[in-house]
Design a protein around this ligand. Structure first.
Ligand code: ATP
Ligand code: MN
Length: 478
């Protein structure tokens, strides 16, 4: 049988059945039936639903029918009819069947049964073929598309920040080195240290931890810009919310002050959530059901307070709570709760503190502002009190920090002093400092961790399950 461009399962399922002849290709999810007739459910990833193919066994070669097993890829030409069964509106009565690729049952690991997410991580090359990961990756796509759509409609230009960098945006370590030197025998200087002047770039190079600094340069010319690219952190945090390679969206806008920045962040997040509710209703319904089943196994007080879709609508329908860091500290102090990390003004908030504020106290997303300057990056605009900076973190239920951002320090002297105070290598940042000498303006921006957003929207519990091929400490298969 010749291959002709197949129709998508998603489209076929919405087609009025009129005995028309159609072609479809996909992977077998299940085959059941009896000696006379086989019911083959096929999926092509275009929807959470499968198409039922009905094959009259006697019409087909016995060897061929044997090869049609879970996981095999097949191509079908058949007649679209109204379904006799209750599970679906239409079904395809096979006239021609061919096997494009077999999947021997003794070897194919994705047999029709429940698999744990941990097991599926070990077969990340095949897990997109499950209902759960199909839904997650379709939603991930929708979110990426909606991000570009949102910014385009708001006249933000997409800029591509470099991935290899000679500077460290946060002034902290935890970067991945990029080098072509012989690791076993690098050239050395007289004092014994590695001579990076002989390296590819003639200096030390790393993978970027953020595109922000470059986005700022662009914003000081194009006014409104955003980046959306991969970022890398060599932090050894084995949590359910950290990856070594993740994607970040970083809008940066000239003439935006902290309040404009908060408004942008809230409007942006709500737009994205609404977009997925509209475009991935079936996927969300599936993930919601999955989560309810999963959580029925655990103690009541550990379950999500709301089903997934209700949670997403709740975020849309309610304004985010906006409070200062100082107010947050006083709420935590008055809570009477014994935290593992004791609360006092000046501490960096831990996940337990953030979750208390969001999940117990306010029960909705919170934007925390005006953090102590000592726990925030050098580029944040200093408040008049000399103690805090115009930072803003957006905290989400179940996730904690989803966005980190700030108004930026636009005053050259103040910024320059902060660079020195924090011991930042100013030679690698001369270009950044220069923007404050030439036509500096108030400006603001933030970073949204893409996978944290996908985590929230899909209701998944581990960030390794919302990116196709997670990179985490000691994990680089695929
Ligand atoms: P956290 O305290 O949770 O480690 P951070 O303060 O290091 O976050 P930022 O440097 O402000 O985060 O980065 C901006 C956003 O990028 C965060 O709000 C978060 O959504 C996301 N993010 C940061 N680190 C990671 C990571 N290792 N893996 C996935 N997403 C991350
Ligand atoms: Mn971090």
């Amino acid at each position: 049988m010749a291959l002709t461009t197949p129709l998508r399962v998603a489209d076929i399922l919405l087609t009025q059945p009129e005995d028309q002849i159609l072609n479809v290709s996909g992977w077998v999810r299940t085959k059941r039936g009896n000696k006379e007739v086989a019911f083959i459910a096929i999926s092509d990833g275009s929807t959470i639903h499968t198409l039922q193919v009905v094959a009259e066994v006697s019409r087909f070669d016995e060897e061929l029918m044997k090869k049609i097993q879970t996981g095999a890829a097949i191509s079908v030409r058949g007649k679209l009819v109204a379904s006799q069964g209750s599970g679906q509106a239409v079904e395809l009565v096979a006239e021609d069947l061919s096997v494009l690729g077999e999947a021997p049952a003794e070897e194919y690991p994705l047999q029709k049964k429940k698999h744990t997410l941990e097991f599926l991580r070990e077969i990340a090359h095949l897990r997109p073929r499950t209902n759960t990961f199909g839904a997650i990756f379709r939603i991930r796509h929708t979110l990426a598309y909606a991000i570009h759509h949102y910014f385009n409609s708001k006249h933000f230009y997409y800029v591509h920040a470099p991935i290899i960098t000679g500077s460290d945006a946060e002034g902290a370590g935890e970067m991945f080195r990029v080098s072509t030197l012989d690791a076993g025998n690098p050239p050395r200087k007289e004092d014994g240290t590695v001579d990076f002047s002989q390296d590819f770039f003639g200096k030390e190079a790393n993978l970027t931890v953020s595109g922000q600094l470059e986005a700022e340069l662009a914003a000081l010319a194009l006014s409104r810009v955003y980046t959306f690219g991969p970022t890398f952190r060599a932090e050894n945090s084995n949590t359910t919310r950290h990856l070594a390679e993740f994607w970040m969206i970083e809008p940066e806008a000239a003439f935006f002050e902290l309040e404009d920045n908060m408004n942008l962040a809230e409007d942006f997040l709500k737009y994205l959530i609404a977009y997925v509710l509209e475009h991935n209703a079936d996927d969300l319904a599936f993930l919601e059901k999955r989560l309810l089943e999963e959580e029925s196994q655990i103690a009541k007080d550990q379950r999500s307070p709301m089903p997934l879709i209700e949670k997403l609508r709740f975020v849309l329908d309610n304004p985010f709570e906006r409070i200062t860091y100082t107010e947050a500290i006083s709420i935590l102090e008055r809570s009477g709760k014994k935290f593992e990390f004791p609360v006092k003004w000046g501490i960096d908030l831990q996940s337990e503190h953030e979750r208390y504020l969001v999940e117990k106290h306010f029960k909705k997303p919170v934007i925390l502002t005006n953090y102590p300057k000592d726990i925030k990056a050098f580029y944040m605009k200093q408040d008049a009190d000399g103690k805090t900076v115009r930072a803003m973190d957006v905290l989400f239920p179940g996730i904690g920090e989803i966005i980190g951002g700030s108004q930026r320090e636009e005053d050259y002297d103040k910024l320059s002093r902060r660079v020195d105070e924090m011991g930042i290598h100013r030679e690698s940042l001369w270009w950044y400092l220069e923007t404050r000498k030439f036509g500096t303006v108030p400006h603001s921006g933030f970073g949204l961790g893409f996978e944290r957003l996908v985590l929230f929207v899909t209701g998944m519990g581990n960030i390794r399950d919302v990116i196709p091929f997670p990179r985490t400490p000691r994990n680089l298969e695929f």
